[in-house]
Design a protein around this ligand. Structure first.
Ligand code: PA5
Length: 446
């Protein structure tokens, strides 16, 4: 079950203000529901859980898994950036054994990522790994033209072709892209790759429940059906407009804190290190959806207790511009107690018989009270445990909340015009054909 709790905001806001923002959230809900708001041709994500569970996409992904298992593939390189990367990466990190890369606790191939940066050393070191392993590749790009994954794919494609031969390479490379347009689609058709389609009406950061997330997650040996079932339960629960709707409540509270109390930064916090990349996914979701037209809550993240020893000082005592949203996990998957020690040299016998999670929980409660005392409102989004089902709930909850929240803020949640500026400059600097004039102009500025 996913629950929300806003008691940590009580001392900062007045209930009538919250009710006024619930009203705004209800209007935003109706815009999302009637599909008559800005960006309404990008609402395909709303019904992905129900539609995908009813279709045969999972089976098609399982077929690739079986094909590659037959070839004894033990390393899958997933190429993509932004929305074509963060959903799968966050799921793999949340659901894997923390030390999977060295422990190999799972029978499934190891999933590694490329194309999410232009680090030369990163790619060289990935190549070192690939040379020791039996490799296949999933290349993901909706536009099919994004530079970072295109560069990584050119290098990895050449390696796979040289290592396994061209015919075999066409069975070891799968593309996830647009149904018709883009260089990746035409290349895939030419090379005979199996392709999966990213629906036109789903933008990158809302695409984790399309083949963009589903294929890598299935290949990594995780229970994608359970993720979709968790998301489906949220899809049903959030489809009803009213003050009980927890996505409306979250959207209302964060907009109230932003607009009326100057809380310009939202820090997504966790006490479970496996959620670090989930926070990265969430940052893209809210950052790209809301940060436009000179508006938006800046999405930041911290992993506690680790970051209490680095960012804790600022959160407690620095400029009072932030609120926190805890993604809490009620129960750990494993248990470990602190045993008594006869000598008690470390003075920790007062914790004898207590679990590590109990200590973590006390740290969580202590942090909450300290930060509230320091002027930081705290919102809580809690799940029972960190498994596929609850991860699916979290994905859908935050997507739906994001749609409502951006409409309350008054921006189009589904475009990202600001991402183009750096690309234009980079193309000019790289002397891409067609950018000759821009190249000349930009050189004068360096
Ligand atoms: O959310 C978005 O739209 C972006 O982050 C894209 O996902 C990212 O730029 C990658 O784009 P593409 O999938 O076209 O390569």
């Amino acid at each position: 079950m996913l629950t929300v709790n806003f008691k940590g905001c009580d001392s900062f806001i007045k209930n009538e203000e919250f009710q006024a923002y619930i009203q705004k959230a209800a209007e935003a809900f109706n815009t999302l529901d009637k599909e008559n708001g800005a960006g309404n041709d990008f609402l395909g994500w709303k019904h992905l859980p129900s539609e995908t569970l009813a279709g045969d996409l999972l089976k098609q992904c399982e077929d690739i898994k079986t094909l590659w298992a037959g070839k004894k593939v033990d390393l899958v390189v997933v190429i993509g950036i932004g929305g074509s990367y963060l959903g799968a990466k966050s799921a793999v990190e949340a659901l894997s054994h923390t030390f999977e890369a060295t422990l190999h606790a799972s029978d499934a191939p190891q999933i590694v990522f490329a194309g999410q940066n232009l680090g030369e050393d990163y790619l060289c070191e990935l190549m070192d790994l690939m040379k020791t392993r039996n490799v296949a590749c999933v290349v993901i790009s909706k536009s099919g033209t994004t530079t970072e994954p295109a560069i990584a794919f050119r290098i990895i494609k050449q390696y796979i072709e040289q290592t396994y031969g061209k015919a075999e390479a066409s069975e070891r490379i799968v593309a996830v892209t647009d149904k018709a347009r883009g260089a990746l689609k035409s290349l895939s058709d030419q090379e005979g790759y199996k392709t999966f389609v990213i629906p036109d009406n789903v933008g990158g950061r809302f695409s984790v429940l399309t083949p963009v997330g589903i294929l890598p997650i299935v290949l990594g040996g995780f229970d994608m059906k359970a993720i979709l079932e968790g998301a489906l339960d949220m899809e049903k629960q959030l489809s009803v407009c009213g003050p009980e709707n927890i996505a409306m409540q979250y959207a209302a509270m964060r907009n109230l804190l932003y607009s009326e109390y100057g809380k310009k930064v939202e820090v997504l916090i966790n006490f479970v290190p496996k959620l670090m990349y989930f926070a990265e996914w969430w940052k893209q979701l809210f950052g790209e959806s809301e940060g436009k037209d000179g508006k938006g809550i800046f999405p930041a993240s911290c992993s506690f207790t680790t970051d209490l020893h680095s960012m804790g000082q600022f959160i407690q005592d620095g400029e009072r511009i932030m609120f926190e949203t805890l993604v809490g996990v009620k129960n750990p998957a494993r248990s470990m107690n602190i045993e008594s020690d006869e000598q008690n040299l470390d003075g920790l016998n007062f914790l004898s018989g207590k679990s590590v999670d109990y200590c973590n929980h006390m740290a969580q409660l202590g942090t909450k009270l300290a930060h509230i005392d320091g002027g930081v409102p705290q919102l809580e989004v809690q799940v029972d445990k960190l498994d596929e089902y609850h991860l699916g709930q979290l994905f859908y909850f935050f997507e739906f909340s994001c749609g409502i929240s951006a409409y309350v803020l008054g921006v189009n949640p589904f475009n990202q015009p600001g991402v183009e500026a750096y690309k234009k400059n980079m193309f000019a600097l790289l002397e891409k054909p067609g950018y000759e004039q821009a190249t000349e102009e930009i050189r004068k500025r360096l």
